[in-house]
Ligand binder design. Structure first.
Ligand SMILES: [Zn+2]
Length: 315
């Protein structure tokens, strides 16, 4: 029997696994955000933990051996703490601690503390565990926070994950300060908030966030010039085919990213915006969304051994 494939899933939020099927597909992004915030707030930690464990088992069953996951609630770090009694079914787990903070006040100090208390990479039973930081998105963090994360990550060599250019609404909010995302976030923004006046990629570059330590997630709304900038800076991009289908998004920029030489990876995103955590399904969906890209090239995007951001030597 042929060996079953071993996959890298480069973007997930295991802590949201309880919300599988809770929000119907195809809603506008802002409505989805509104619902996810409320559902996450109402969920019980024990239930989130049980669902995250089941989701990790599903990853294992479908061949994922390396996972890069975003954590905001401490659910997956708790699983790491319990690994002596309940081992994690993964070879390697990178946990990105999520930062969401609109207010620039104390941003540098908050980032400093977050980075200081990131555990060192370690082996927990049979799993290598590493940590990084994830400023959630350029519209849920301040310029000061993004600049601080970028500065500290370079000095301390940890990876940084940012949801970026996910929607046209995001680019509109950052460039012009208008649109449905701005309207939704208005109650949370500082009273003196001003749009950066730039689209996501140029703004992140301004904040020194585009470099080889950076993992950009989605990049659905990007121009060719922005893709060239990502490639020039050496940042990686994770595309999430299942989530792309779930939201019914437009162009899937995989072919443009790959032909520009960007280091592209595949991720499932969470079960709150995807039906499954099966990387073979993600490969199939990527092929459907980007039929000009050969299937063999797409399969390589999910193969273990892809250069991880933060390891500029490619290990
Ligand atoms: Zn995500």
């Amino acid at each position: 029997m042929a060996d079953s494939p071993s996959y890298l899933n480069a973007h997930c939020h295991l802590e949201l696994s309880l919300l599988k099927g809770a929000i119907r597909p195809g809603l506008p992004f802002v409505e989805w955000l509104e619902k996810i915030v409320a559902l996450k707030r109402a969920a019980k930690p024990d239930d989130l933990l049980v669902a995250a464990r089941a989701a990790m088992q599903r990853l294992h069953e479908t061949g994922t051996r390396v996972l890069w996951d975003i954590d905001s609630l401490g659910i997956v770090p708790h699983m790491v703490q319990q690994a002596e009694t309940t081992p994690l079914p993964l070879q390697s787990l990178t946990i990105f601690r999520e930062l969401i903070r609109f207010d620039p006040v104390d941003a540098a100090a908050i980032v400093e503390v977050s980075a200081k208390y990131l555990p060192d990479p370690c082996d927990v039973v049979n799993t290598e565990v590493e940590y990084g930081l994830s400023p959630h998105a350029p519209y849920t963090t301040s310029r000061a926070l993004l600049q601080s994360v970028a500065g500290i990550a370079i000095g301390r060599r940890f990876p940084v994950c940012i949801h970026a250019a996910e929607t046209a609404e995001e680019n509109e909010m950052l460039e012009k300060g208008t649109g449905p995302l701005r309207d939704f976030l208005n109650p949370f923004l500082p009273k003196d908030w001003k749009a950066p006046g730039k689209r996501t990629m140029e703004y992140l570059d301004d904040c020194r966030c585009l470099n080889e330590r950076t993992l950009l997630v989605h990049c659905n709304d990007v121009t060719d010039d922005e893709i060239a900038l990502i490639a020039k800076r050496g940042a990686s991009v994770v595309v999430c085919p299942g989530t792309h289908v779930y939201f019914g998004r437009g162009e899937f920029p995989l072919a443009r990213l790959m032909s520009a030489g960007v280091n592209v990876l595949l991720g499932t995103d969470s079960l709150a915006s995807n039906e499954d955590l099966d990387m073979a399904r993600e490969i199939r969906l990527a092929r459907e969304l980007a039929p000009s890209v050969p299937i063999g090239s797409i399969e390589k995007l999910a193969v273990i051994g892809q250069a991880a951001p933060g390891n500029s030597d490619g290990n």
